[in-house]
Design a protein. Structure first.
Length: 731
C-alpha cells in the first residue's frame, strides 16, 4: 500500500509533507527547496519544467510559462475580470464556456486542472523519492472559501495526477491542526490566511484533540498578487506618463514589472524605501528605454487602501458568525507569505489586540496540517477529531428567481438536510432542480452549481405534488443532491460536479495523457541527461589536454593526446548530428583514450617522485664539501645520471644504475627496480628479461654511454630486433 501525503496546492508556492515517526515532516524537492513555485513552463525541446526551473523561463518565454493557475481552477470564463485576464500567457473560452490555457510551443491547450495536476505530480514524485516508496494518496488543501465547483476541480486535478484524493481540507483548518496538535488546554484560535491568490479567515475551538471550526470567511480573488498588481500599475502609469508607452501591453515587459513589483513588496516589509531599476524595459525608434523609480512604504500602503478594506470585511463576518467578541480570541495565527507585510499585521491587530503567534512557519504550516490529516486517515494519528464547516450557503432556485437556502453557511460537515417542494404550475410532469451556492437572496447573484430534472410526476393541480429535495455534504465539502417524488417514489440523485469544468470522460482522457506524458518526460529527461553527461565528458577531456600541456609540455604523450583530440572531434560531430549510436561509440572511445592518457601521467609523476626522493637521500648522506680538500663533491642530477629519459637511453656516465646499490628506480618490462649492481662503467643486469629475449642484460655492454652521446647514431637503436613490449609496461 502506498503512502498518503499532505499537499498544500498554493497560488504562488506549493508544499508537500508527510507523517514520519509520529511527526509531520516537510519534504524538500529535487532542487533542495522546501517550497516549490507553482509554475509550469515548456522549453524549446518541449520538456516540461515545473517549479523553480519553470519560473526561470517566465521572462524569456512568457507565452509558454503558466502561473497563478489556482485563480482559474473551477471557474467559468465569464467570471473572470479584466484584471484576471491580464497575464503574460494566453487564455481563452472553449465551447462550453470554460477556461483553457494555450501553449503556442506545444500547439495545444490545457484546462487549469491539468496544469495543477502537473504541480501535484511534481510534489508526489519528490515525496516518493524521499520515502523510498510510491505515493498513492493525498490530502489536498483548498481555501476555506472555495465553492463546490472549485473543490471538485481540485479533486479532479489530484485524480489527473494519478493520486487517490482522500480528503479536500480547508487551509485555515489545516493550519490549526499544525498549530494545536500538542496543546491540551482549550483555546479559541483565529487563523488569518493571506496567500498569493486567496484569502481566508477561520475561527476554531482547539483542545483535547478536538478541532471545531466555528466560522469561516474569505475572498478567493484576493491575495498577495493583488498587492503586487498595485505596484505594477503604479510603475506602468508612471512610465506611460513619461514615455507614452503602456508596458502592460507587452508580455515580456509585463512579466518583468510583475517580478520587480514582488521584489519591491518583499523589500518594503523590512525597510522603509526601495529602488526599482529595470534597464532596457522596452525600445523605440529612439533607442532603448529604462525604468527607474523609488517607492516608500507609506506610498505602497496608501495605494493598497482598497485591498485592506477588502481584508477587513471577512474578519468582521467570521467573528460575527462565530458569535464571539474579538477579546474572546486566545491566539492569532498568521498563515501565508503575504502576512509578512507590516500593514497586514497592523490590520489584524486592530481587530484583535494580540501579538500574532510566530511559532509556525507561514509558508509550510498548511502542508503540515494536511500531513496530520493524512495521518488521521491512515491511522497513524489517533484521538484527533476534526469538525469542519461549509463556507457558503447552499439552496435551490424557486419561483421568481429567489434562492431558498437549505444549508446555511458555517454549518458543520458532514451534514444532510432536506425540504419539501411542489410544482409551480398545474399538470406539471417534471421539475428542474437548480442548485445554488452563495449568500445573495436572488438566484442570479449566486454561484450555479448545476441543474438536473426529475421526470414522471403524475399530473396534478399546482402545489399538490410533494417533492423532497435533500442536500448531502461529505467531509470534503462535496455536495450530493437528490429529489424524491413522494407520491410515486421516483427518485433522481446527482453529485454536483458540472461546475468543475470537466466531465468524467475528459478526466479519464487527461489521466491517460498524463501517464503517457510522464513516460515521454522520462524518455526526454534520459536523453537530456545523456547529452549533458556527454558534453561534460568533452569539456573534461579538453580541460585535461590543456592541463597536460601546461604541466608536462607540448610533446608529452603526443600519440595519446592526438587520440583524445580525435575522439573529441568525433563526439562533437555526433552530438551535432544527434546520432545516438555514434554518440555512444565515440563516448566509449573517448573514455578509453582518457584512461590511457591518465596512465601516462601516472608514469611521469611516479618517475619524478622517485627522482626527487633519491636526490633528497643523496643530499642527506653525502657531504657537500670534502673534509680534507674542501672541494664541492655535489654533482647535479643530470651530470650524475646523464641526460636519460624513462626508457634508459643515455644513462650511465657514472657507471649506470649500478651505483648506489639497490636504487629503486622502476625497471624495464615487468620489473620494479634493478637487480645486483655491476661495477662502474657497466649496466646492471635487468631483474626481468621477459621483454628482452636473447639478451643477458645490460651488463654485457661495458663502458656505458655518456649522456652527451645519447643521440649518436651508434646508440640510437642498439637493439633493432628487440620487442620492448607495450608502453603500459614501461614503468
Amino acid at each position: 500500500m502506498g503512502k498518503v501525503v499532505g499537499i498544500d496546492l498554493g497560488t504562488t508556492n506549493s508544499v508537500v509533507a508527510v507523517m514520519e515517526g509520529g511527526k509531520p515532516v516537510v519534504i524538500a524537492n529535487a532542487e533542495g527547496m522546501r517550497t516549490t513555485p507553482s509554475v509550469i513552463s515548456f522549453s524549446k525541446e518541449g520538456e516540461r519544467l515545473v517549479g523553480q526551473m519553470g519560473r526561470r523561463q517566465a521572462v524569456l518565454d512568457p507565452k509558454n510559462t503558466f502561473y497563478n493557475i489556482k485563480r482559474f481552477i473551477g471557474r467559468p470564463y465569464r467570471e473572470l475580470s479584466e484584471e484576471d485576464r491580464r497575464v503574460p500567457y494566453s487564455i481563452r473560452r472553449n465551447e462550453e464556456g470554460n477556461i483553457r490555457i494555450i501553449s503556442p510551443r506545444l500547439e495545444r491547450e490545457f484546462a487549469p486542472e491539468e496544469v495543477s495536476a502537473m504541480i501535484i505530480r511534481k510534489l508526489a514524485d519528490g515525496a516518493s523519492r524521499y520515502l523510498g516508496q510510491p505515493v498513492t494518496g493525498a490530502v489536498i488543501t483548498v481555501p476555506a472559501y472555495f465553492n463546490d465547483s472549485q473543490r471538485q476541480a481540485t479533486r479532479d486535478a489530484g485524480r489527473i495526477a494519478g493520486l487517490d484524493v482522500k480528503r479536500i481540507l480547508n487551509e485555515p483548518t489545516a493550519a490549526s491542526l499544525a498549530y494545536g496538535l500538542d496543546r491540551g488546554q482549550r483555546q479559541r484560535i483565529l487563523v488569518f490566511d493571506l496567500g498569493g491568490g486567496t484569502f481566508d479567515v477561520s475561527i476554531l475551538n482547539v483542545g483535547d484533540g478536538v478541532f471545531e471550526v466555528l466560522s469561516t470567511s474569505g475572498d478567493t480573488q484576493l491575495g498577495g498578487n493583488d498587492f503586487d498588481r498595485k505596484i505594477v500599475n503604479w510603475l506602468a502609469e508612471k512610465f506611460l506618463a513619461e514615455e507614452g508607452i503602456d508596458l502592460r501591453r507587452e508580455r515580456q515587459s509585463l512579466q518583468r514589472l510583475t517580478e520587480a513589483a514582488e521584489k519591491a513588496k518583499i523589500e518594503l516589509s523590512g525597510i522603509g524605501i526601495t529602488e526599482i531599476n529595470l534597464p532596457f524595459i522596452t525600445a523605440t525608434e529612439d533607442g532603448p528605454k529604462h525604468l527607474e523609480a523609488t517607492l516608500t512604504r507609506g506610498e505602497f500602503e496608501t495605494m493598497c487602501g482598497e485591498l485592506l478594506e477588502r481584508l477587513r470585511l471577512p474578519v468582521r463576518r467570521a467573528i460575527n458568525d462565530a458569535r464571539i467578541y474579538p477579546q474572546d480570541i486566545d491566539e492569532l495565527v498568521l498563515v501565508g507569505g503575504s502576512t509578512r507585510m507590516p500593514m497586514v499585521k497592523e490590520l489584524v491587530q486592530s481587530f484583535i489586540n494580540r501579538q500574532p503567534n510566530q511559532n509556525v512557519n507561514p509558508d509550510e504550516v498548511v502542508a503540515v496540517g494536511a500531513a496530520v490529516q493524512a495521518g488521521i486517515i491512515a491511522g497513524d494519528v489517533r484521538d484527533v477529531l476534526l469538525l469542519d464547516v461549509t463556507p457558503l450557503s447552499l439552496g435551490l432556485e424557486t419561483i421568481g428567481g429567489v434562492m431558498k437556502p437549505l444549508i446555511p453557511r458555517n454549518t458543520p460537515v458532514p451534514v444532510r438536510k432536506s425540504d419539501i417542494f411542489s410544482t409551480g404550475e398545474s399538470n406539471q410532469t417534471l421539475v428542474e432542480i437548480h442548485v445554488l451556492q452563495g449568500e445573495r437572496q436572488m438566484s442570479e447573484g449566486n454561484k450555479s452549481l448545476g441543474r438536473f430534472k426529475l421526470m414522471g410526476i403524475p399530473p396534478a393541480p399546482r402545489g399538490v405534488p410533494q417533492i423532497q429535495v435533500s442536500f448531502d455534504i461529505d467531509s470534503n465539502g462535496i455536495l450530493q443532491v437528490s429529489a424524491l417524488d413522494r407520491t410515486t417514489g421516483r427518485e433522481q440523485t446527482v453529485t454536483i460536479q458540472g461546475a468543475s469544468t470537466l466531465s468524467d470522460a475528459e478526466i479519464d482522457r487527461m489521466m491517460e495523457e498524463a501517464e503517457e506524458y510522464a513516460q515521454l518526460d522520462s524518455q526526454k529527461k534520459a536523453k537530456v541527461d545523456r547529452r549533458n553527461q556527454t558534453e561534460s565528458l568533452v569539456s573534461r577531456a579538453e580541460r585535461k589536454l590543456r592541463e597536460v600541456a601546461i604541466d608536462f609540455g607540448m610533446y608529452f604523450a603526443d600519440r595519446e593526446r592526438r587520440q583524445v583530440e580525435l575522439y573529441i572531434r568525433d563526439l562533437k560531430e555526433a552530438l551535432e548530428a544527434q546520432d545516438d549510436r555514434a554518440i555512444d561509440l565515440a563516448q566509449a572511445d573517448l573514455q578509453d583514450s582518457l584512461k590511457v592518457l591518465e596512465q601516462e601521467i601516472k608514469f611521469r609523476l611516479r618517475e619524478e617522485g622517485d627522482d626527487d626522493l633519491f636526490k633528497s637521500v643523496k643530499e642527506t648522506f653525502t657531504d657537500i664539501k670534502d673534509s680534507i680538500t674542501g672541494e664541492d663533491n655535489y654533482r647535479p642530477r643530470d651530470d650524475y645520471y646523464g641526460q636519460g629519459d624513462r626508457y634508459g637511453n643515455g644513462y650511465g656516465q657514472q657507471g649506470g644504475y649500478g651505483q648506489p646499490p639497490g636504487y629503486g628506480q622502476s625497471g624495464y618490462g615487468q620489473q620494479r627496480g634493478y637487480g645486483q649492481p655491476n661495477p662502474p662503467g657497466n649496466y646492471s643486469q635487468s631483474g626481468n628479461r621477459s621483454s628482452y629475449p636473447n639478451e643477458q642484460g645490460y651488463g654485457s655492454r661495458p663502458g656505458g654511454v655518456s649522456g652527451n652521446e645519447r643521440n649518436s647514431p651508434r646508440y640510437s637503436n642498439p637493439y633493432p630486433n628487440e620487442d620492448f613490449g607495450d608502453d603500459d609496461e614501461w614503468l
